[in-house]
Ligand binder design. Structure first.
Ligand SMILES: Cc1cc2nc3c(=O)[nH]c(=O)nc-3n(C[C@H](O)[C@H](O)[C@H](O)COP(=O)(O)OP(=O)(O)OC[C@H]3O[C@@H](n4cnc5c(N)ncnc54)[C@H](O)[C@@H]3O)c2cc1C
Length: 415
């Protein structure tokens, strides 16, 4: 079997890896000096089933993420589907009530924006990105076979797939998610902390309209969120301790619905699940290095956050845009080596700072409200109410919720 040669090989064709490939290819087309890009993916996206229900996995995408997806040409295929904008966000604490002095709410209209972000099925984002990548001549796909070995050569890395295929690349990008094979094969340590929590997801019908609002209540054990869906239902993301999650996953539907209705303080009245439930383990993790000689990590391969603020995919898309931009600047210069650690370090400096801050904030919120320590949670509840009345701080938080944090890549600024 012959060896395939690439300038950049991305392992992982999830939404982050595919967006990165698209941006890299696009910058290449713009400068007429394109990198040859390869993608290794073990599970390509499944085709759309006609009349399929809204998928269980959805993401709250910030306006900044939408701008990146627009810039990369992925957005039109997403916009043609059932996306659901959310125009308000309301967060409150167990012993308060939505809209009370112990809550905080954000309204897009107050910020002069049409919405704060939108809820999109993960599969829709991925399929749209997949279609876009398939239309780009500088990207080739290596599908269905996982990486088995990685060797360092003088001027390249060689990746050998389980089917024996050899791939040589000057830069290897790990976009292969939380359990990244690339990160482990490179020996990059990841600091990890298990929350001892799982997030249960399901879709529910509610007695009252969701009013295009993302609702989140902090209760002992973890936050429970209701995200508005296009067909009037809401997507539940309920984070709870492992034992409670096991109990809730095993509970019969009627009991689950009752407990969920109580957990959300009946903010939308009685809730009725209309789908199966699924659960996911929650942990905090970040790689010690995002880059080194001939490698870069992006998305969940580099960092994993609690889903309480719906930031994982949003941070990953910013990584994708920042890495592509860092390399695009280089692409225009006469001597091009995308694996040059000095250039890659610019991406690391750029994104490490910008991801560690939100990770710390999210972890702090989890500890404050979710760890079950009542005085801290009370203080947190009071804090929400106070922040709600501090216009400049609240505005900053709202901008952060829309994805406007840190130093934004060009793809996140041009709409
Ligand atoms: C319950 C829950 C709710 C969430 N809600 C939100 C939200 O509202 N908003 C938000 O921004 N984020 C949210 N997140 C986080 C978000 O889902 C992730 O951050 C995002 O999916 C990460 O994307 P990724 O492309 O980096 O990784 P992944 O989506 O994990 O993709 C990795 C890709 O790599 C492939 N792969 C893996 N291993 C290999 C290998 N060895 N070889 C080849 N290919 C490989 C996989 O098949 C996959 O396609 C949520 C997470 C959870 C658990």
């Amino acid at each position: 079997m012959s060896t395939a040669e690439h300038d950049i090989l991305i392992v992982g064709g999830g939404m982050v890896g595919l967006t990165c490939a698209t941006l890299l290819a696009q910058y290449g087309e713009d400068t007429a000096r394109s990198f040859s890009i390869g993608i290794v993916e073990t599970s390509p996206p499944a085709p759309v089933r006609p009349n399929a229900d809204i998928e269980l996995r959805v993401s709250a995408l910030s306006r900044i993420s939408r701008t990146i997806l627009q810039f990369s040409g992925i957005w039109p295929a997403i916009a043609a589907t059932r996306i659901s904008p959310y125009r308000r966000m309301c967060v409150w604490q167990a012993d308060g009530a939505a809209g009370s002095a112990r809550s905080i709410s954000f309204d897009a209209a107050e910020l002069g924006e049409p919405d704060l972000g939108c809820i999109v099925e993960n599969g829709v984002i991925r399929r749209a990105a997949w279609e876009r990548v398939n239309a780009m001549h500088s990207v080739s796909l290596h599908l269905g076979s996982a990486p088995a070995a990685l060797h360092e050569e003088t001027d390249a890395l060689e990746l050998i797939l389980e089917n024996g295929q050899r791939l040589r690349t000057r830069l290897l990008v790990g976009a292969d998610g939380a359990r990244s094979w690339v990160r482990q094969a490179l020996g990059v340590t990841s600091r990890e902390r298990e929350y001892g929590q799982r997030a249960i997801v399901a879709h529910v019908e509610s007695q009252r309209s969701h009013r295009e609002t993302a609702w989140q209540r902090f209760i002992a054990g973890g936050p429970v969120a209701l995200l508005p869906l296009d067909d009037g239902r809401s997507s539940v993301v309920w984070s709870c301790p492992d034992a409670t999650a096991a109990e809730l996953m095993a509970a019969d539907k009627k009991i689950f619905d009752q407990r969920l209705t109580l957990a959300t303080d009946q903010v939308l009245g009685s809730l009725t699940t209309t789908t199966e439930r699924a659960d996911f383990p929650l942990s905090l993790a970040y790689a010690q290095r995002y880059t080194g000689r001939r490698y870069a990590l992006i998305g969940d391969a580099a960092h994993r956050v609690h889903p309480l603020a719906g930031q994982g995919a949003n941070l990953g898309l910013l990584d994708a845009a920042a890495l592509a931009e860092t390399l695009a600047v280089q692409q225009a210069s006469p001597v091009i080596d995308p694996g040059d650690p000095v250039i890659l370090r610019r991406y690391e400096r750029w994104r490490k700072g910008d991801t560690l801050l939100p990770m710390g904030v999210l972890d702090g919120l989890h500890r404050l409200f979710g760890a079950g320590w009542v005085p801290a949670a009370r203080l947190g509840g009071l804090g929400l109410g106070i922040v709600d009345r501090l216009a400049p701080v609240k505005r900053r938080l709202a901008l952060y919720a829309m994805g406007d944090s840190g130093d934004l890549p060009m793809a996140a600024r041009v709409s």
